[in-house]
Unconditional design. Sequence first.
Length: 426
Amino acid sequence: MTTVRTALALLALAALPLARADDPASAPTFHRDVEPILQQRCQVCHRPDGVGPFPLLTHDDVAADLPTIAEVVADRRMPPWHADPAVGTFSNSRALTDAERATLLAWIEAGGPKGDPKDAPPPREWVSDWIHGEPDAVVQTPGPFKVPARGVLDYQYFRVATDFGEDKWIRAMEVRVEAPTVVHHVLVFVQYPRGAGASPKVRGGLDGYFASALPGDQVVPFPAGSAKRLPRGSTLIFQVHYTPDGEARQDRTRLGLYFAKPDEVQREAKTVALNSTGFAIPPGAKGHEVRARYVFDQDTILVGLTPHMHLRGESFRYLLLLPDGTHRPVLSIPRYDFNWQTTYRLAEPMFVPKGARMMGIATFDNSAGNPANPDPTRTVYFGEQTTDEMMIGYMDVVPATADERAAWEAATQGPASPIDLPPAGQ
Ligand code: HEC
């Protein structure tokens, strides 16, 4: 099969220590070499309760279609992770290391030998309930929502009023769904009650969100000592993106909240956003660029990033413009995939000085060559439905302390970084 040949050609190019693949005696085996990788990198989705379309637990599961596995691993479609490895390091990266990829491909090349079951790692236990234990409170959609077997569904919105009798500080959250194979993402927005301060704009989530989750990545951590504020009497608005998978299903989405004691909270965690709503993407356009900026009005620690576009989204970059005139790429998604609304969590949270600007540079593909494009003959504008477009760059932030500023000043005495600003767009 061509696919296997492509995979093997890539393998040869990688020039990794694969000589043992030629020697059947020392070829990687399922139990010793492959099973640990599957446990680590695949089973979070490819198990009976996961979002993946089939399990990858046993030798039989995997041996059923070795060429397809070789193909998706070699061309990096699986595990799904879209960040350019040359830009930034992310603590929740799902990507295989080069060594893991080489082992999987060498094993498939060797015909997928099982090896000795005595070499197998203990089976990985998956928590099928709340990962961090029972939450302090659970907010759920009215449900059950019936998801049809096929078709394209508009985003569903569910409003749920809360009343905890007082303002609450949320130190962690977890989203749980009942039908993981059809829930591609959940965003939760908050609407404050009257008198509790300016509410973030809910329309389209342009200013930020309260929580965001993908199946397989549903725990929302905040930096130690920080928490999100939920004013008393707020309404939570769940946006759920359902993608039918061939079988009629029912879902109900729950948000587990873990409260912090007010005296444990040193700073307020927030999700802010850069966005553009004034764009018009011409029919057939490819590489159509849209930019937006966010100005940091205080010293900030940047924790995570979530680019958001719809079906015509093509690429997305975040570029930090520092007050001294230098620029720094923070995240680059060269091939954006609407199905994966991933939050990219920085392995090293980044100090951003007051006055810095984050530039989001998105491109859209409204051509017939984009297989996800519902209509290449239409001019596309901002809108909330998936057939309209959005250009939002979410950022998870907490305010920085004076100590963090001092550490940053001490560390940035060197020469300016030589990164070129891309040519001006609109
Ligand atoms: C974060 C969840 C997730 C992880 C991790 C993941 N997968 Fe998948 N996989 C999916 C989903 C969902 C699909 C269905 C297609 C899609 O939506 O992209 C899929 C589809 C596939 C397919 C079928 C592709 C096709 O074109 O028919 C293969 C093969 C596969 N995965 C292998 C793997 C392997 C091997 C790993 C680990 C190295 C892995 N996946 C890790 C979620 C995941």
